[in-house]
Design a protein. Structure first.
Length: 230
């Protein structure tokens, strides 16, 4: 199985860090996000990774070329201008050799078993909606229950991890988001599937606070041991 890592974003919400390094090279517990992702993919048998990069792409390549012990083949699809998720996958398609492939957004860290996605042709890993804020239950204007930063049960969100058939590429825009184009069309036609993951670790690095919270959770769950286990 090949995997595409979408690592071309500028990471504006993580400035000033991203003024100096691209988002995929931001360290979480002393290891850059993209290395965590490659270790994660390798754990589940992925040995061929295509990195879609644009902003400061030379830094990503230089870092990974010095990490010879990752044990996977790495190829690069370089964007000269931002293409969006759909455009990035379309550009990388010339490097795809299999009938299906995985896609992971370049800011996602998780324990989701990606092999479960292979059961369906065009499939999204779904996680329960997370809120950054406390939620409450109300009886009129009286708060009857206060819940601090808990998942909202039975409301599912896109995790940014996909298993896609190669023939989806023809319907992707040269520039634009897959979520706003092919996914809408496939969902309307009943050809887009989802696999639910309710108890797995999942985080998206979108803010400075995410770095701190994700780092703590990864330590608590001993994520390094997880990705080392085959």
């Amino acid at each position: 199985m090949q995997a595409v890592i979408l690592a071309g974003g500028i990471g504006s919400r993580l400035k000033p860090i991203t003024d100096y390094v691209p988002k995929p090279l931001i360290p979480i517990n002393n290891i850059p996000i993209i290395e965590w992702q490659i270790r994660y993919l390798k754990k589940f048998g992925v040995n061929n990774v295509i990195i879609c990069s644009g902003y400061k792409s030379e830094q990503i390549r230089n870092y990974l070329e010095h990490r010879k012990n990752l044990g996977v083949k790495i190829q690069y699809s370089i964007e000269r201008a931002p293409l969006g998720t759909g455009g990035a996958i379309k550009k990388a398609a010339k490097l795809l050799r299999e009938k299906s492939f995985l896609v992971i957004n370049g800011d996602i860290l998780s324990t989701i078993d990606i092999r479960k996605l292979y059961k369906k042709p065009n499939c999204i890993a779904l996680v329960e909606l997370r809120t950054r804020f406390g939620t409450v239950d109300l009886d009129g204007d009286k708060i009857t229950r206060f819940k601090e930063k808990k998942p909202i049960r039975a409301v599912w969100m896109n995790s940014g991890i996909y298993h896609l058939q190669k023939d989806i590429v023809g319907g992707l825009p040269s520039k634009g988001a897959i979520e706003d184009t092919a996914f809408l069309k496939y969902a309307a036609g009943g050809r887009l599937f989802g696999i639910k993951f309710s108890d797995d670790f999942w985080c998206s690095i979108d803010s400075h606070k995410d770095i701190e919270e994700c780092s703590k959770t990864m330590k608590m769950k001993n994520y390094e041991k997880f990705v080392k286990q085959g």
